[in-house]
Each structure stands twice: as C-alpha cells, then as structure tokens.
Design a protein around this ligand. Sequence first.
Ligand code: AP5
Length: 214
Amino acid sequence: MKIIMLGAPGAGKGTQAKMISDKYGIPHISTGDIFRANIKNGTELGKKAKTYMDQGLLVPDELVVDLVVDRVAQDDCAKGYVLDGFPRTIPQAEALDAALEKMGSKVGYAINVEVPDENIVTRMSGRRACVSCGATYHIVHIPPKTEGICDRCGAKLILRDDDKPETVKKRLAVYHEQTQPLIDYYTKQNVLVEVDGTKDMEEVFAAICRILGE
Ligand code: AP5
C-alpha cells in the first residue's frame, strides 16, 4: 500500500495520513515534519529549509528528493507507506517514480484531499501542531484534551510560523502553480482518487478507507 497524499496546504493531508498510518500499520513520512524536526534541532538542512519555509516557498528539490528516496528504501517501508507533502513538483514525482521503478515498486494511490482556498486560511489560523511527535489539532474542530498540550506525547503545542495569513496565501499560490499539476500527472497513471476534505475528519477518513478497500 504505497500512498501519496495530495491537496492544498491545510487540506488535512497530515491529519488523514496519521490515521491511515495507525490503521494500516505503515509509516507516515511527512517532509514538512522532517524539515521542522531539523529546524528544531538546528541542523544544516533545517537552517537551509527554514529560509524557504518562512516565506511560504518550496524547499529546492535537491534538498528533499534524496531524503525521501532513502527513506522509502528502508525495511519498515517494504509493506507500504503514506507520503505526506511529497512529491510537490513534477520533477519530484518523476524522481520518485524512477527510484521506485529501480526497486520494482510503484505508487498505488494518490489521494487528493479537496478543500477550496476560502476554507484554508481559517483552518490554518486555528491549527496547533506538536513539533515533538507531529500530531495536529484545531482549536475549534479538533481540540486537544488539555489546551496547548499534545494528547499523544504531552509536549507543548505551537502555532506554526508559516501559518500566518500572509504566508498561507503565498503557500496557496505556490501550491496552485507547482503542486496542482500533479493531479494530472497521477490521473494519467490511473492512481488518482479524490475525497471531499470539507467533511469532518472521520467522514473523510471513512471515504479513504472505502477507497483503500481494506
Ligand atoms: P507541510 O508541512 O507539508 O505543509 P503543507 O503541505 O502546506 O500542509 P500542511 O501541513 O500545512 O497541511 P495539511 O494538509 O497536512 O493539513 P492538516 O492535516 O495539518 O510543508 C511545510 C513547508 O515545508 C512547505 O511550505 C515547504 O516550504 C516545505 N516542504 C515540505 N515538503 C516539501 C517538498 N516535498 N518539496 C519542497 N518543499 C517542501 O490540517 C490543517 C488544519 O485543519 C489542522 O488544524 C487540522 O486539525 C484541521 N483539519 C484537518 N482535517 C479537518 C477537517 N476534516 N475538518 C476541519 N478541520 C480539519
């Protein structure tokens, strides 16, 4: 079960990817979480990535492709994985396909979580994220049990630097220009499926489980 999550920033890709990972017992690989962990730990990769992320821009392909290709080649990915935030450009998708072909593997599902732009800015300003374990909440729709504290690991929740409304608008523009073309790319490969991301989180997940059929 090799799954790619597609959708605008804030569409709910991360939320659904975690649920898929828990239910099907496959790793959740989020490039955004990997970059945020590197920023938190002050690594060279984190320092480079932060300059792009803070502006709402994509991190250059050369900083992300090898990282993901190496990750999906690891033993725990043999049964499958859910990629969240990658690929994000056509060159990233082509690099992934080429690497998978060498491993005798291919993408099984590209799940597009559809949410109109007008819903996104409100969602993002209410988002709270855990930088320790990657869990995501929403102060109104999906609140943590204790305000400001992660249910899963007890760490403090933060408002992401790139969730300010001006940066969100930039991220949406970048999404439409550079990432949306992947919808056609995976449609041509006959692996694209779509779900309505405006429904509540459990309904979206039920629709995904029907598609995955297990
Ligand atoms: P990344 O972390 O991947 O950000 P993103 O794609 O912009 O997606 P988000 O994490 O913002 O949103 P999401 O769709 O996961 O939504 P979520 O589930 O949190 O990337 C950040 C940055 O890193 C990029 O801008 C780029 O700079 C860089 N980067 C990462 N990967 C890269 C790559 N491959 N190439 C180049 N650069 C890369 O949900 C959002 C909110 O809504 C939450 O509060 C959630 O609780 C709530 N919510 C979720 N579902 C629902 C629902 N059904 N109803 C109501 N609320 C909901």
